[in-house]
Design a protein around this ligand. Structure first.
Ligand code: NOJ
Length: 563
């Protein structure tokens, strides 16, 4: 028995033109700009570096780039602490260089999505500096979330809340008031009840829309609107969350956040084609559809596979649920295994303890291993790489869009060997090293086998690259049959040829095997188990491991099946 899962008719019904649905099945490649390519040799990746690698991106076969923050920033949180939303960090480039990059990407047929960080600015943003200077009760202060403290002299923070990176969520300013920061103290939260904030963000979105960007990735999209009563709930209540009705938690995922996005959507739809937007919203699956609704942002990240153990049943359940959710929201689903916030999936899938344990997984999978210094016997990178390649090949066969993170096309694993004094992530500092943080997936890419920073640039690299990096270099993998880079290239070339309606039909398969057919008569098959299984009859289009006949352990393939 097979079950057909119709998902969405991809016919473009939008009056704005044939390209309006470009994002529905796009492969989007995330560039973390400080670590991609460094043209000027200062150790920090830049826009000229990206421009110099557009031929690489074109050959990779991606449809769009998602560019992580490039704004002026003190880098308290890797650029997610924005000083000025309508400018470029001078270490990264200039506005004319940005324009040139957009033009060059578009000429290569690649769209551009940029990161918008609307929950918080940096503490160096002009409005925050004005808010601190203007004092309690001022209109300037109302743009952020300031409160008096508790205790006889207000010396205690307004509540016992902890920030996401560890440590208190409130910081005191010289006149005695406290401001809220869900993340680092350098990232004060905006007050979205303030009209200036709303108007200014619309101006920012328009600024970039007018410069030719094709869409936005919305950072912490589920935290903008807050309802903070005089008597603040305790940290325990806040984190437990069950005492608040759905959609009415004081901070997270409040229903009215969509009023903001409805206004943004009207702006996005004034462009032809409409600007795309994808929400980073860590919310339960059934709440995700609100962000993905066409009158809200239009698409939302689905991080379910990223948090899943290597298990066929778990993968199948997640895929089925998410295709259903996509249908309900009117959006397409998004598939992602790696990004700049999580341990690279080669390492996650190779962690022996994680994969052998009963209930092994958490969003910070791999952090235990990293904290222990990344012991070699705790991870099997050979297995991890096989599984990662198979997982990605399967994701690229699914209906919907796929988000890739720079370096995964090289099969990079997490860099464990970063000395403490060279770490940058606030998570490391604010947890006293308890959580080593996210630097291990942000190490600048190896382009060449040797050279001062393995071809990242003519100078050093802002995070130390390990001695094994050269073995993963683009130079070594390009045109090398069987390399991970060639696997990605071939998969994307095929995907462009094969991708049709957003439909999927599950096929019967043995235990630990997932197989589904896509319109046009091609099948994706993935072997999660450790013994080979037969391949379906037909023309083998692509396979992650060389084989004579069978599909090896931890391998994936696409097969064109007879009509
Ligand atoms: C999510 C981003 O992906 C992460 O890198 C950042 O630290 C937080 N949001 C805060 O902006």
């Amino acid at each position: 028995m097979t079950t057909t899962q119709p998902v969405q008719d991809v016919t473009n019904t939008d009056p704005n033109g044939p390209d309006a649905d470009w994002w529905r099945q796009a492969v989007v490649y995330q560039i973390y700009p400080r670590s991609f390519a460094d043209a000027n040799g200062d150790g920090i990746g830049d826009l000229q570096g990206i421009i110099s690698r557009i031929d690489y991106l074109e050959r990779l076969g991606i449809d769009a780039v998602w560019l992580s923050p490039f704004y002026p920033s003190a880098l308290a949180d890797g650029g997610y602490d924005v000083d000025d939303y309508r400018d470029i960090d001078p270490r990264i480039g200039t506005l004319p260089e940005f324009d040139a990059m957009v033009e060059r990407l578009h000429a290569a047929g690649i769209k551009l999505i940029i990161d918008i960080v609307p929950n918080h600015s940096s503490n160096r943003h002009a409005w925050f500096e004005q808010a601190v200077a203007a004092g309690p009760g001022s209109p300037e202060r109302d743009r952020y979330i300031f409160r008096d403290g508790r205790g006889a002299d207000g010396e205690l923070p307004p509540s016992d809340w902890q920030s996401i990176f560890g440590g208190p969520a409130w910081t005191r300013v010289p006149d005695g008031q406290w401001y809220l920061h869900l993340f680092a103290p350098e990232q004060p939260d905006w007050n979205w009840q303030n009209e200036d904030v709303r108007t200014d963000f619309l101006a920012t979105l328009k600024f970039w829309g007018d410069r030719g960007v094709d869409g936005f990735r919305i950072d912490v999209a589920h935290a903008l609107t807050k309802d903070l009563p005089d008597e603040l709930p305790s940290r325990a209540d806040l984190e437990d969350g069950t005492s608040f009705p759905e959609g009415a938690h004081p901070i997270w995922d409040r229903d009215e956040v969509h009023e903001i996005y409805a206004e943004w959507r009207r702006l996005f739809n004034s462009y032809a084609p409409p600007l795309a937007a994808v929400a980073e919203a860590w919310v339960p699956a059934h709440r995700r559809i609100r962000y993905a609704h066409p009158e809200s942002l239009g698409q939302a990240f689905n991080f379910d596979l990223l948090q899943a153990p290597w298990d066929a049943d778990r993968f199948r359940t997640i895929i089925t649920e998410n295709l259903d959710l996509a249908r309900q929201s009117g959006a397409s689903s998004t598939w992602v295994f790696s990004n700049h916030d999580v341990v690279r999936h080669v390492t996650r899938f190779g962690l022996i303890a994680q994969n052998d344990a009963e209930d092994p997984w958490s969003p910070s999978a791999g952090r235990e291993w990293l904290r222990a210094g990344g012991p070699a016997d705790g991870v099997d990178l050979e297995v991890g790489l096989k599984r990662a390649r198979a997982a990605t090949l399967m994701a690229l066969a699914l209906p919907g869009s796929a988000y890739l993170y720079q370096g995964e096309e090289l099969g990079l694993s997490e860099v464990a060997e970063i000395p403490d004094d060279q770490r940058q992530d606030p998570t490391f500092f604010r947890t006293g090293g308890e959580d080593v943080g996210r630097d291990g997936c942000r190490v600048p890419l190896p382009w060449t086998v040797d050279g001062p920073s393995y071809g990242f640039g003519p100078g050093p690299s802002h995070l130390p690259q390990p001695e094994w990096f050269g073995r993963y270099a683009v130079q070594l993998q390009s045109d090398q049959p069987g390399s991970t880079l060639e696997l990605y290239r071939r998969a994307m070339e095929l995907r462009h040829r094969l991708q049709g309606a957003e439909e999927l039909e599950w096929l019967d398969a043995e235990d630990q095997v997932l197989a589904f057919r896509r319109p046009g008569g091609w099948v994706s098959i993935t072997n999660f188990g450790d013994i080979p299984v037969p391949l379906p009859d037909g023309e083998l289009l692509i396979i992650t491991e060389r084989t004579d006949r069978d599909l090896p352990a931890y391998a994936g393939a696409w097969v064109k099946t007879p009509e």
